[in-house]
Design a protein around this ligand. Structure first.
Ligand code: FE
Length: 199
């Protein structure tokens, strides 16, 4: 059986038109969509920033007791720094890199991240290509992204689920002994906490 294709597909509303229609429908139900959107934009652009996760990493590097609490119960440990997680993010698992083990995270299903801690996922994280390839050929994906790991370093790929979120704890760089938490935090990037960069 072959599918029938018409030469004139039905007109489809633009994204803007569809968004406006949804907003109007919510408004008609007494649900203030505009206010909700404004709040979401505020959270995404000013609150859920990777600098939060960077503080977590820097504290773990400088405070062994905190590092242990982070490894034991990530949600409780980040709460110590005033970082909340949505209730459905039931677990935050900190994946500690070592000189011989490198961790990298993905969400093969969609785009899940611990976004209140490490920031919203980058566009490439949501691409089917990253989601599919990082599982099967993680070493070459990381190399393509600029992280060329020595052959002896084992790579562990972690697939996020709705209720279990991850953050990578990078290896503290050499030559940073005695640095303040603030100075250390400035080294840490979102890519490092996803695991596609060394830090
Ligand atoms: Fe997801």
């Amino acid at each position: 059986m072959t599918e029938q294709h018409t030469s004139n597909p039905p007109a489809v509303a633009t994204v803007e038109q569809r968004a406006a229609a949804i907003e109007a429908a919510l408004q008609a139900q007494g649900l203030p969509a505009a206010q909700h959107i404004q709040q979401s934009v505020h959270l995404a652009e000013e609150v859920w920033l990777p600098q939060r996760g960077a503080r977590v990493v820097a504290k773990a590097w400088t405070d062994p007791a905190f590092r242990q609490r982070l490894l034991d119960n990530g949600v409780a440990a980040v709460a110590e720094l005033g970082i909340e997680m949505p209730r459905h993010h039931r677990h935050l698992v900190a994946l500690e890199n070592t000189p011989t083990v490198h961790n990298v995270i993905c969400c093969t299903l969609c785009s899940c991240t611990a976004f209140t801690v490490i920031g919203l996922p980058p566009d490439w994280y949501k691409d089917l290509e990253y989601r599919a390839r990082v599982v099967r050929e993680s070493r070459s994906v990381l190399k393509d992204m600029g992280l060329n790991l020595p052959a002896e370093v084992q790579i562990r790929v972690w697939d996020t689920t709705a209720d279990t979120r991850y953050m990578v704890l990078p290896v503290r760089p050499e030559g940073t002994e005695g640095w303040s938490e603030e100075r250390l935090a400035a080294l840490v990037t979102k890519d490092g906490m996803i695991g596609v960069a060394s830090i």
